[in-house]
Design a protein around this ligand. Sequence first.
Ligand code: GRF
Length: 234
Amino acid sequence: MRSRIAVLASGGGSNLQAILDHFDQLGERRGGDVVLVASDREDAGALERAHRREIPLAVLATKARPDGASLSAVLAEHRVELIVLAGYLRLVPEDVVRAYEGRIINVHPALLPSFGGPGMYGQRVHRAVIDAGARITGVTVHFVDREYDRGRIIAQWPVPVFAADDAGTLATRVLRVEHLLFPRVVNAVAAGRITLANCAGAANGAIVDARPAFTLLPHEESRLAENIELTLGL
Ligand code: GRF
């Protein structure tokens, strides 16, 4: 199965680029093709990246620019089967969420349900993580529903917070993991391997559990104690 994908982005589009590069690497084994890139900002870097790849573009209607394209119309025009939010800052309209239930996914630069919700985007997220004194943050990829950052979680990956971090250094470390995790989840959903139904819980066996994220962490008691002491500076 190979899905027709629309990527929605409001910003620079580094996650879009990571998805395009990953699909290039996969070649014929890729699970989807990006057939549309849409943005609520005509100056979004993501549109520039798509233009360079000759991918059809759309600048969406907003209150400030009601003459922009209607999202549901451009999705129909390009026969889109999967919607990928890659730094898209607006709530997806109710009619699109209904029409594409289980076929809209988003990446968030923190471990949801913490540090998510309205207004939690960009450096604000990392600022909040640091201000909360959290020692571990990470990346979350989830299905999208009617609320910001509330849909069913598909995959998460942990990222350490270092004492010297500011929002910028933390954002860079998290983004690096986004560029590795998100394209692989997009590909698995586009290929039909992961669905809203089969990621509903361990019972269905398809849950993407986090054990691999911790395989790097030694399990032997002694090594674990050693590392905990190292972390605690003991
Ligand atoms: C990423 O950190 C993503 O998690 C968040 O917005 C940022 C978009 O970055 N939702 P880019 O436009 O993909 O570079």
